[in-house]
Every structure is written in structure tokens, then in C-alpha cells.
Design a protein around this ligand. Structure first.
Ligand code: GLY
Ligand code: MN
Ligand code: MN
Length: 484
């Protein structure tokens, strides 16, 4: 027999009785002593906060972490803080939904939802904050020790944002579009100021272009964890073939290690076998892996501090490249090496791309694929080579896989490489099976090789150098990993 619901209650909500609310706070052991460790990033975050304050010396800067995003109905995606917030606080993993960092007059205050006593209904009734739902929350003292920041409960935030500015000629700026509640609050207090907010967003993105030593260490750790994931995939290729739907198996094996060694994958894994390798962002990964195919694996572990690797290897499933696969692979490798050779301080960001695509266009011309001269194909008026490599060769890499994405054109694509920048070098050639301009024996072959490159004082260092690149070395690597 169906009971009629009380009309005011959501369909799955069971009301809490008075007896329950009186009973639930009783007889809990005290919380264990605080064992919170300071974040390793704490040596660097004050310098970053100072840099952004210096860019806007009189202003109150509001940097929200963001809130939960609905996956469906009352289920949210796992929380990930906004990258500017993570960069300025050092908080990674799933910390800290609805928090806000406010910087003004050289001081930074972190507002967050601190632990409430178990007498508060939040303890059992809040699926987002309740201890019974998501575990115990940090206290103000714990968060302060963790981040070395001044911290206040988020209940105090509204009044702090509404308070008079320290500098009368200053203004409030917020990173827009991160937390709609904060956007609305600031607009109500100050009125809309999209230009001012945009300037803050751009400056925060640009200040991440040159990495500090801690960030470089985190990127090295991300690359090392990613190597573990790639080797686990290589070891399990026979299993992926045996089970069928091998691309999903590969995605899962990599994801296991990403979650185990780090926070997550830094972006959806591309596990593209055979023809799928010609689809640049193939993340559906529902295909078979067949003996004789290439497997293009583009994957990166994001460590707990949220820095991510972004590495691609194109692997012969059988352990040996066919002559046609090797021909394409060697051209991409040569292009990548040319790109890496161009990656040094003082070079244009675009020099890396120019060097790589000159090799790509030259090889395509020699194979009879490119129907115009190399120079015409490389000209702004031409660009025909892009039919076989439509993407760029490089992007900045860090907390975001496509890091610093809000930076201005003149400091990013039109900018100059500097020591401390980390970029990818990732040329590819993608010869679709449906492309009638491609000789038949090369159709259906897609190859990308992607490494993570730190610009140094005198050139560059490959942070993913532990991943073999040369085709003979790749074959030897696969044989060695599969014989372990
Ligand atoms: N994995 C995405 C990219 O390489 O940019
Ligand atoms: Mn990339
Ligand atoms: Mn990639």
C-alpha cells in the first residue's frame, strides 16, 4: 500500500523526529587531537599572494574556491577547487567547497565552513557538510595550521566583504564565474564591474606561467606517477585484448593508478586504438584494441596538490611497429625533437610549433600526401598541412592541463618562453581511413607523442624523459614491462 507523502517534503526525505534530534548529539567521544600538517606549499603561497596584491595594490581581491556542481538531481560531481584558489592557498584534493580567499592591504583571510558541534543538525542532516555524510570537517585552528593563513568561519564573510575598503581609492574585484553566490553578493555590494573582474582573472592566470621550485617538484611527481600508470597499462595490454572493449580497460587501469597515487586524472584519459587515434580527444574509449593496432594513450596523473602531467605515447599493441606505423611514428618523433630543440628561454612560444610543423609538412610532402609546397602549406594563407595535424604543438601545463588559459594573447601564444615555464610538446599526424589524399597503406594511422618540458636558464628539461620515445626504445620498454 502506498502512503501519501507530506506535500512539503522531497520524495526521499525522512523527517527527523523530536526524539531523534534530542538523541543524536548524545555520547560521542571527543574529537582526536589535532594532527594537521602544514602544507608543503606554505613556503610559496605568501609570495604568490603578495604578487597578486602588488598587481592591484589598493584593491580587495576576492578569490572563491567555487561550490559543488550538480551531476544530476541531488548528486554532485566530486569537488575541485578553482585553480587560482588552489594556487594562492595551496589547498588541493577536494578542498574546500564554498571557501573564499580575500586579500587586501597585504593580508589574506580564508573564509570556510568550519566544523560545527554535533548538536548542530548539520552533523546528520547535511549531505554536503555533515560529518555523517562527508566526514569530520576541519576546525578553524586546523585549517589555520594547514594553510598558515588567517582563517574565519564563512558566516563572517558577508560582513567582511561589505566593510569599508582599507584604501578609499581601491575597489573590490572578484574572480568571476567561479561561485555564483559570491558574484551576486559582490554585484549587490558594488554593482557590476566586469572589466575590473576580468583583469583580476587574467592576472591570476598569467602569474601561473612561471613555476616556482615547489610547483616543478609537483610536476615531477605527477610525471613519475603517470609513468606508473602507463607501465600498468602496458603490462595489461594482453588483458585488454582478451576482455574486449579494451580501450575502457586501459582507461580504467590508468585511472586506478591516478586515483591511487594522486588525486585523479588531470583530464579524461584518451585511450584510442586503431582509427580512434585519429580523433584528437577520443574519450568515449568504448572501442576494441586489436593486435596490430596502435594504441594512442594520452593521460596524466593529477597529484593531490592538483598539478597534472599530460603525456602521450603511441604504442604498438603487438609490441612491434609495422613499417607503415614506424614511418609515421618517426616523422612525429622528428617533429617533436625539432620542437624541443626550439624550446629555450627567449624563443617565441610559437617557435616550438613552427619547428615541429615544418617537419610534419616536409614529411607529408615527401609521402605525396601534401598536394602543395611545404612553404605554401606553412604560410598563413595556406595551412593545408593542418588537415593532418589540426591542433597546436604546445600549451602551458600546471594546475590545469591547459594552464594559464585566461592569459592575454601577447603573453601566451604571442609571448616569449622564460625559465620556469612548463609546456607540452605534442605534435601528431592523423591519417584517417576515409582520407582519399592519403596512400592506402598509411590510412587509419594516428600518432601523437607528447612530453612535458620545463624551460631552463639555458634550454629545456624534459620532465617526462623517463618515458621512452625512440621507436626501438618503445618496443624494448614494452617487452621489458610485459616480462616483469
Ligand atoms: N590531453 C589534452 C592535450 O594534450 O592537450
Ligand atoms: Mn597536451
Ligand atoms: Mn595530452
Amino acid at each position: 500500500m502506498t502512503k501519501k507523502a507530506q506535500p512539503s517534503l522531497p520524495n526521499r526525505m525522512v523527517p527527523y523526529s523530536e526524539a531523534f534530534t534530542a538523541f543524536i548529539p548524545e555520547q560521542w567521544a571527543p574529537y582526536p587531537p589535532d594532527t594537521t600538517e602544514p602544507l608543503a606549499a606554505n613556503a610559496h603561497t605568501p609570495i604568490r599572494r603578495q604578487a597578486i596584491q602588488e598587481a592591484f595594490p589598493h584593491d580587495r581581491l576576492v578569490i572563491p574556491a567555487g561550490g559543488y556542481k550538480v551531476r544530476s538531481n541531488d548528486c554532485d560531481f566530486r569537488f575541485r577547487p578553482h585553480s587560482a584558489f588552489a594556487h594562492l592557498t595551496g589547498l588541493g584534493e577536494d578542498l574546500e567547497p564554498d571557501a573564499v580567499l580575500v586579500i587586501e592591504d597585504g593580508d589574506a583571510v580564508l573564509y570556510f565552513h568550519a566544523r560545527v558541534p554535533r548538536t548542530d543538525p548539520e552533523f546528520y542532516a547535511s549531505a554536503q557538510y555533515g560529518e555523517m555524510w562527508v566526514g569530520p570537517r576541519p576546525t578553524l585552528e586546523e585549517m589555520s595550521r594547514h594553510t598558515n593563513l588567517t582563517v574565519r568561519d564563512s558566516g563572517a564573510m558577508k560582513a567582511a566583504l561589505a566593510a569599508d575598503l582599507v584604501h578609499p581609492d581601491g575597489q573590490v574585484r572578484v574572480v568571476p564565474g567561479v561561485d555564483p553566490r559570491i558574484d551576486a553578493l559582490i554585484v549587490a555590494l558594488r554593482g557590476p564591474a566586469p572589466e575590473a573582474d576580468r583583469e583580476l582573472e587574467v592576472a591570476l592566470s598569467e602569474m601561473r606561467m612561471v613555476k616556482d621550485p615547489f610547483e616543478i617538484e609537483q610536476m615531477e611527481a605527477a610525471c613519475a606517477a603517470t609513468l606508473t600508470g602507463f607501465e600498468a597499462v602496458i603490462a595489461d595490454i594482453p588483458e585488454a585484448l582478451r576482455r574486449g572493449r579494451g580501450e575502457r580497460w586501459v582507461e580504467g587501469i590508468f585511472g586506478l593508478h591516478a586515483r591511487h597515487l594522486g588525486n585523479a586524472v588531470g583530464y579524461d584519459t584518451i585511450a584510442a586504438a586503431g582509427e580512434h587515434a585519429c580523433t584528437l580527444h577520443w574519450i568515449r574509449n568504448d572501442g576494441q584494441i586489436r593486435d596490430g593496432d596502435l594504441l594512442l594513450l594520452d593521460a596524466g596523473v593529477e597529484v593531490d596538490s592538483l598539478y597534472t602531467a599530460d603525456i602521450t605515447r603511441t604504442l604498438p599493441v603487438s609490441g612491434r611497429f609495422s613499417p607503415a606505423q614506424r614511418q609515421v611514428y618517426e616523422a612525429v618523433l622528428e617533429a617533436q625533437q625539432a620542437g624541443m630543440d626550439a624550446a629555450r628561454p627567449g624563443a617565441d612560444f610559437l617557435d616550438v610549433h613552427r619547428a615541429a610543423v615544418r617537419v610534419i609538412a616536409t614529411r607529408l610532402f615527401e609521402w605525396g600526401v601534401l598536394p602543395v609546397s611545404v612553404d605554401e602549406a606553412l604560410s598563413d594563407e595556406g595551412g593545408q598541412f593542418r588537415r593532418w595535424m589540426v591542433h597546436g604543438t604546445s600549451h602551458h601545463l600546471g594546475i590545469d592541463v591547459h594552464d594559464c588559459a585566461q592569459a592575454r594573447y601577447e603573453v601566451y601564444r604571442g609571448g616569449t618562453l622564460e625559465p620556469g615555464m612548463i609546456i607540452t610538446v605534442e605534435p601528431g599526424i592523423y591519417l584517417k581511413s576515409t582520407d582519399l589524399m592519403v596512400p592506402e597503406h598509411l590510412r587509419g594511422i594516428g600518432v601523437r607523442i607528447e612530453d612535458d618540458i620545463l624551460i631552463t636558464e639555458d634550454g629545456c628539461r624534459n620532465l617526462s624523459a623517463a618515458f621512452p620515445r625512440d621507436p626501438d626504445a618503445v618496443e624494448a620498454w614494452m617487452a621489458e614491462v610485459q616480462s616483469r
